[in-house]
Design a protein around this ligand. Sequence first.
Ligand code: PLP
Length: 360
Amino acid sequence: MSILNIYLDRIDHNLKYLKSLIPEKSELIAVVKSNAYGHGAVEIAEFLEKRNIKRFAVASAKEGKILREGGINSNIIVFYPDPSDLSQIIKYSLEPAIYSKQIWKNFTYELIKFNKSSFPVHIKFNTGLNRIGFNMNEIDWIIKNLVSSAFKINSVYSHLSSSEEEKNNPFTDNQIELFEKIKIPFQNIDKNIKYHLLNSSGVFNYHDHNYDWFRVGISLYGYSNNKLWDDNLIPVAELNSKIIQIHKVKKDESVGYNSGWISKRDSLIATVAIGHADGIGRYFGNGKTYVTVNDKRARIIGNICMDMLMLDVTEIDCKEGDKVILFDKINSATKFAESGDTISYELLSGIGQRVIRNYI
Ligand SMILES: *Cc1c(COP(=O)(O)O)cnc(C)c1O
């Protein structure tokens, strides 16, 4: 059985640190997409609501629906709504990002159908990431169509491509400059519109360019994209599993699928009840990654299976039933992810549904 222990009070520490970087009048949007980066969206949002966080963001309408059904009543932005999601957005009082003329038109049609007006939306601009968002040259179209639309623009935002890269970064500077230009026509039509640009790394790196709101995900959970910033955060989660069997293998025997590992000496092999279906992908196999068993580092050997992985525990005093820690506060998800050439975001958001979430 594998367990993700989630130490909620560590979120308080991370919140406090994030808020210390940004002027008090800026409001924090807690990004709880992808099941709060694996930590459990409803539980995390509930906790944050008690800490007076009033704005949340998810990727899809379905994620918003889960929050509403879990009793979350705060504002919920949907970053990447699909046109087919729009009736759900209305039904669950979610606030969509409008990122193209197409989604503007689809949503307008839907709002008229439901006889809605002044529906809160957020306008997303592309300032260089070239992923999603209106382009600068569509501002006039937006302003012209807004008058007769069923929308009320709550905020205008964009997203940085390289916020974790070292300053001064001309690409980021250009994105900031474009965002400043985008603001002007909107400020002219409505003084109440809010602006936001920074994600977690943006807060660490560009807090001198904060706006009305800032959108943080990974840092709430205790990780950043830079070792220096990591020092100020506490990883919230510990992922552990158990040794379910120990084998003695002789020199030159193989372990696992396709004889992925060959013993160079008589060895002790521990089988652990977590695999790629739980989010520990095959790229963590074959000697690249270490876990912790009874305070000792043990290497993952051979190919990771769907439900299990194997460790070389020849030099570790351990027995069946002992706990195996994949990542925790000390050997964090960032470090673990790096050994498989990936990032904490992918590792955390990929933790499978079988892994029990335990809130402490
Ligand atoms: C996921 C996401 C964020 C949060 O980014 P972090 O790096 O986790 O802080 C912010 N803004 C948008 C648009 C996102 O999609």
